[in-house]
Design a protein around this ligand. Structure first.
Ligand code: ATP
Ligand code: ATP
Ligand code: MG
Ligand code: MG
Lengths: 255, 255
């Protein structure tokens, strides 16, 4: 039974997509079977894996609308790394999805039949707490809060936490708050240091020891459709994501 | 008659809020009467001006729902700088707003009665092209695309442009594409330089000559509820935003 993990925060630009892509890539290289799910109609995760979102017809939208089945939509980037892609077309159907029956369970029901085919299912969330993020949380066994050490992401944590508690109470009782990952860190600045102290105080048992430093190779990798491990395996970004994923799976018990 | 300007791109974390806040602050210091409008329920612009979004009851939501009038909601941060605030409560009413009559014209109709009281009305948009961004574009005389020199923002431009053409054709014929502002720039990296070259090629007459460098003072200023001009007037961020605004108003003809 796969661990289903959402990478989430509603604040934009915190490194959700970068983290989902590189975590998925590292786990696949370690031999785990991984499904990455792009729940953002902007399709950045799909692009990060090298697919052209202008050319894709069969995406996760077709699964939401029951027009295609999972095997017809999933992209096999490598034997261990599969992707449910997304494109901007999905944004046009947001209202249709809001009106669907069991609107928060669409993704859970898509993943349920294939959940035993993977060790990890990693979900990239959009920069809001709308219907796609709700679907991700309902389908997940756990989530990781991805924050850059800045003021606006910090202010997003409390409203996020309220949403999490509501989802846990009404829609998914087993949802677990796995941890908080700091990304895009430059601890030479006092500002980053101060934010880290606040996170350590507020989430003493949740803040991952590893963090991701600011590293331009991570930007470059996404622009050529590669993971950091393919693009520049000796970079600080590759080192940091390796550290993070090693910490993340330390408590992983295959069921 | 005010110039009504949206700062927009659906990609998260490109500097929309930082640009709206500091452009508004600089214009106000120059003696222009400015209304800043927070169209993002995350309320970052409201927080950037030092207001606590947990304490605000009367926000732009009350204007959308016709429960309050403009004078009861507007916050007067200084004689020349007013703000229409926003909070997360508005996110809960998104569907209600979608069902409203003339749903794309709500903001235009709110601004219409007071448009002659200001020289500039600057609108901060959320990281999506949903109903709030549509309202911003319909209410605007012009928009500025705010992009950080990275792959994902670049990929967001074409889908944005398609939305702009549709809004111009069906909802607001006079909407003008004013320009493209590059933010969070670090031109020591090849990556940023390459992106700038692409933007110069695609938008030769739209790319502002001035750009905003990466500068931690801009982050710090937002965390203490100040503009960069209040927080650190000698910083690179203050210098860059001054340059940008000077370029932006060069073609401003008071009507
Ligand atoms: N550690 C890092 N160092 C440098 N750049 C980074 C790092 N992590 C992410 N980036 C870059 O910062 C930008 C934002 O990251 P990303 O798109 O992953 O964030 P996001 O949270 O998914 O954004 P959105 O909210 O729009 O979905 C991207 O251009 C990405 O390449
Ligand atoms: N030129 C800059 N140099 C350094 N940091 C910056 C700069 N501009 C913005 N920032 C910081 O980067 C982060 C993203 O900026 P901001 O929140 O303004 O972007 P946004 O486009 O409004 O994001 P969202 O899409 O979530 O609304 C903020 O923490 C901000 O303080
Ligand atoms: Mg993303
Ligand atoms: Mg913003």
């Amino acid at each position: 039974m796969a661990r289903v993990v959402s990478f989430i925060i509603q604040k934009g630009g915190c490194g959700k997509t970068t983290t989902t892509a590189n975590t998925a890539a590292y786990l696949a290289r370690q031999g785990f079977k991984v499904l990455a799910v792009d729940m953002d109609p902007q399709g950045n995760l799909t692009q990060h894996f090298g697919y052209d979102t202008d050319q894709l017809d069969d995406t996760i939208l077709k699964l939401f609308l029951n027009q295609k089945r999972f095997p017809e939509v999933v992209l096999k980037r490598s034997p261990n790394l599969h992707l449910l892609p997304n494109t901007i077309e999905t944004a046009g159907y947001e209202l249709t999805i809001y009106k669907s029956l069991a609107k928060e369970f669409l993704l859970r029901d898509i993943l349920h039949p294939i959940i035993n085919d993977y060790d990890f299912i990693l979900i990239d969330c959009p920069p809001n707490l709308g219907i796609f993020s709700l679907n991700a949380l309902v389908a997940s066994t756990e989530f990781i809060l991805v924050v850059s050490p800045e003021f606006f992401p910090m202010r997003a944590i409390k409203p996020f936490y309220d949403t999490y508690l509501m989802v846990k109470k009404k829609l998914n009782h087993t949802l677990q708050f796995k941890g908080v990952l700091m990304t895009m860190c430059d601890f030479r600045t006092r500002h980053s240091q101060e934010v880290r102290k606040v996170l350590e105080k507020n989430f003493p048992h949740k803040l991952y020891k590893s963090y991701i430093r600011n590293n331009v190779s991570l930007k470059e990798a996404s622009s050529v459709g590669q993971s950091i491990f393919e693009y520049d395996p000796q970079s600080p970004g590759a080192f940091d994501y390796q550290n993070f994923v090693e910490e993340f799976i330390r408590d992983y018990e295959p069921v």
